[in-house]
Design a protein around this ligand. Structure first.
Ligand SMILES: Cc1cc2nc3c(=O)[nH]c(=O)nc-3n(C[C@H](O)[C@H](O)[C@H](O)COP(=O)(O)OP(=O)(O)OC[C@H]3O[C@@H](n4cnc5c(N)ncnc54)[C@H](O)[C@@H]3O)c2cc1C
Length: 284
């Protein structure tokens, strides 16, 4: 189906982009267009004005904070750029690893980290991964800038803390401390497909963070499992024991890909695999 007629703007500064989004009711940011253009074609969204972020070079940078403790990823950084970044490779290699598995080359070349999280699709890779990595999200609006922690960023399917007239400008991820490992596991639809169930884990001196995807409209922290792992025993039997009962705490959907019960079982298996791999990587 063809797109209906839509106004198009291509601002050259973030301020201009925010002004356009604020001034026009029904304006929508356009990043890589990989989801937005498809939902517009399907008439599931009909913005009147598209604000193309393509010329905002400052949203395409990957850098470190002044103290070196945070990796700062611009919202317009593509999966391809993440996968090739030496900064990411040093600071949080799991981001490059995961980015390189998403969909196909065309989608990775256009699709951005900002678009991926703003879609807040439970089957996407980045929402659970960034939640496990304790990322935070910088949102710019007419009233200024605010930083939203991952636990508050994802609100529902296609719903995030980014409000009308606002722009996600960057994703901040703590750099990996010594003795820390990260991993993502789960079942995908084909080698490069979206997830049926995912689990992302980080294991380090401060303990484990485990986040499950595709079992709710937003990523779910496996806090009971994290507490059981607090003693620091990451042997296979201890991790399996820690995951026991996790499935029963979840209320996943049933659909054509998996029943709710199968997703509960997958959540436990995926969480075990993610934690074991993260613990192995934490050894260095
Ligand atoms: C065939 C196909 C397969 C895919 N498979 C996977 C997969 O397996 N795993 C996976 O994780 N992803 C997958 N994706 C999603 C893809 O990786 C992109 O993340 C996604 O399509 C959105 O990114 P985009 O940059 O194209 O955003 P767009 O489509 O341009 O935008 C998406 C939404 O986010 C909003 N938005 C974008 N950027 C900002 C911003 N900076 N501030 C505020 N709002 C913003 C837009 O207004 C829009 O509502 C797939 C996509 C396709 C087309």
């Amino acid at each position: 189906m063809l797109l209906r007629e839509v106004e198009y703007a291509r601002p050259s500064t973030i301020e201009e982009a925010v002004a356009l989004l604020t001034e026009h009711d029904g304006a929508r940011a356009l990043a890589g267009g990989q989801t937005l253009v498809n939902v517009m074609k399907a008439r599931a969204a009909s913005p009147d004005v598209l604000v193309d972020l393509a010329d905002l070079d400052e949203l395409r940078t990957i850098s470190f904070s002044a103290d070196g403790g945070t990796l700062e990823i611009g919202a317009m950084v593509t999966c391809t750029a993440l996968a090739a970044s030496s900064e990411v490779e040093v600071a949080r290699p799991v981001l490059a690893e995961v980015a390189s598995t998403i969909a196909d080359v065309q989608v990775r070349n256009r699709g951005t980290i900002g678009g991926n999280v703003c879609v807040s699709d439970p089957t996407n890779h980045f929402p659970p991964l960034l939640s496990a990595l304790d990322a935070s999200f910088t949102v710019r609006g007419a009233a200024g800038e605010r930083v939203v922690p991952a636990g508050e960023f994802f609100v529902g399917v296609y719903m995030t803390a980014v409000g009308e007239g606002e722009l996600l400008t960057k994703v901040s991820v703590p750099t990996r401390k010594p003795g820390t490992g990260d991993a993502m596991a789960g079942l995908t639809l084909g080698a490069h497909g979206t997830y049926v169930v995912s689990a992302a884990a980080t294991v380090g001196p401060e303990g484990a963070r485990v986040v499950i995807g595709c079992v709710s409209s937003t990523p779910v922290r496996a806090t009971a499992m994290e507490e059981r792992l607090a003693g620091g025993d990451y042997s296979q039997s201890a991790v399996k024991a820690a995951a026991e009962g996790l499935g029963a705490t979840l209320e996943p959907p049933s659909d054509v890909h998996a029943s709710a019960d199968y997703r509960r079982a997958l959540a436990e298996v995926s969480a075990v695999r993610a934690v074991l791999q993260a613990a192995e990587r934490a050894k260095g």
